[in-house]
Design a binder for this molecule. Structure first.
Ligand SMILES: [Fe+2]
Length: 439
């Protein structure tokens, strides 16, 4: 479902891609289905809309990068996942696409398109506000709210992204806020013009995420509920992102960049981007070893030239996988390393994180994929084996993993300071914060 061609940008850039070009090995290309469906035939829900063969896909890539250009086909998800054979086939196709390409593209329906457009307009309005108004949108208990350009640090280097993070919006009367659970608190909205479209868009992505998770269960041949049990009261959140245009003081490398190379911490991330383009990923078939929950993967292969550029396309979401999916599937589905450059124009994007509950303690799946998820299938060093055994005993507490990530990314934020000053971190070990352990 994807093809690729090498592109080099810069003063002597070269580019080659076209319908006559043979697709390189490793990319599964489905030709367009030209036979029209007869009115009497039952609908064959297409799992994949054929890729658009467009020689211009790479032209949006930011300057100074050498990367392969992904040409993704687009999956169409059913209205509902019922577990029938069509859903199962689709689930398997999604799993295989992630295993090969590290990213899938799914079509938005008309409602999603409208909500995405509304949210994009609200994002542009918000980021145009004066700095003082945006900077006031912080909360000392939750990590929700505004993150100024240069405030986020990935692997010791400033990210020039400007972000509004939306986490579970809990007021002071919520028992978890009263009990001072780490990261639990209100979302400091600037106004209702921002709040309403963002909540509507996030909610519809929550439904989409749950649908995808059910399809992953089918694709992995694991029992229904094996994954969705963890997302009851999921700690889903959304990041509204603006990237400034590249200029003399930002760009690639030590001077700062969009967002440095990293993996995301949850199950998967559903993203939308405008037409500017700057997202790069690494493919699982590159067979690289990392386990971000054990040792930070930030900065991983940051300056390598073998990244894959994901060109923007209107009316689609892309989905990459996170650390917890990698952990649950024992590396069968790996987290997707990604990074974001800066382009010649400012750029807007959304990243919705579909996450386990804050209280969930995750343990790897035991079965599935005809033995593909068994321990024997994963090669690792003896030290890693030891660490793995320890993890399996205890599992991974998602709330701790999330808190560690945010404390690491925002060491100077008021939220981190209060969390440490009030020793909220120690609460993460309490049994009431770990009620979702698998039995
Ligand atoms: Fe990310």
């Amino acid at each position: 479902m994807a093809s690729r061609a090498m592109i080099t940008t810069g003063t002597h850039g070269t580019f080659g891609l076209g319908s006559s070009m043979p697709f390189p090995p490793g990319f599964n290309v489905k030709k367009p289905q030209l036979t029209p469906r007869k009115a009497s035939e039952p609908e064959k829900r297409p799992s994949l809309i054929s890729p658009i063969v467009d020689a211009g896909l790479g032209k949006t890539m930011p300057q100074g990068y050498k990367a392969t250009v992904a040409q993704l086909g687009t999956f169409e998800l059913p209205e509902q996942v019922t577990g029938g054979s069509r859903d199962r086939r689709l689930g398997k196709a999604l799993v295989q696409a992630w295993r090969k390409d590290g990213i899938i593209q799914i079509a938005m329906n008309d409602t999603q398109k409208k909500l995405c457009d509304d949210a994009m307009a609200a994002s542009r309005r918000f980021f145009k506000k004066p700095h003082s108004e945006k900077a006031a949108c912080v909360d000392s208990q939750s990590y929700a709210g505004y993150i100024a350009s240069g405030e986020e640090v990935t692997d010791g280097i400033a990210d020039y992204s400007e972000i509004f993070t939306i986490t579970k919006d809990l007021d002071a009367s919520d028992p978890r806020v009263r009990a001072r659970w780490p990261c639990h608190g209100p979302c400091p909205w600037p106004d209702v013009e921002m709040k309403d479209p963002m909540v509507r868009y996030s909610d519809i992505l929550g439904a989409e995420g749950e649908k995808l998770l059910k399809l992953v269960e089918l694709g992995l041949d694991v029992a229904p509920g094996s994954l969705t049990r963890y997302t009851r009261d999921g700690w889903h959140h959304t990041r509204v992102l603006r990237f400034p245009p590249r200029n003399a003081t930002n760009g690639r490398g030590k001077e700062g960049r969009g967002i440095g190379s990293h993996t995301d911490y949850g199950l998967f991330v559903i993203s939308a981007q405008d037409d500017v383009g700057a997202l790069f990923i690494r493919r699982p078939s590159q067979n690289e070893a990392f386990a971000n929950w054990r040792k930070s993967a930030a900065g991983f292969k940051e300056d390598a030239d073998d990244w894959v550029y994901v060109p923007p396309a209107y009316g689609v979401h892309t989905v990459i996988l996170g650390d917890m999916m990698q952990y649950l599937t024992r590396n069968y589905l790996r987290a997707t390393p990604h990074k974001v450059g800066l382009n010649t124009r400012e750029r807007f994007a959304f990243a919705y994180f579909h996450e386990p509950s804050f209280q969930a303690v995750l343990k790897p799946l035991e079965t599935g994929c005809g033995g593909g998820l068994s321990k024997d299938n994963v090669s690792c060093s003896s030290q890693e084996e030891e660490e793995e055994e320890e993890e399996e005993e205890e599992g991974i507490h998602y709330g701790t993993h999330f808190t560690n990530m945010f404390m690491r990314n925002y060491p100077d934020r008021i939220t981190t300071k209060r969390l440490l000053a009030e020793d909220r971190y120690s609460l993460l070990a309490r049994p009431e914060l770990r009620i979702m352990a698998r039995t």
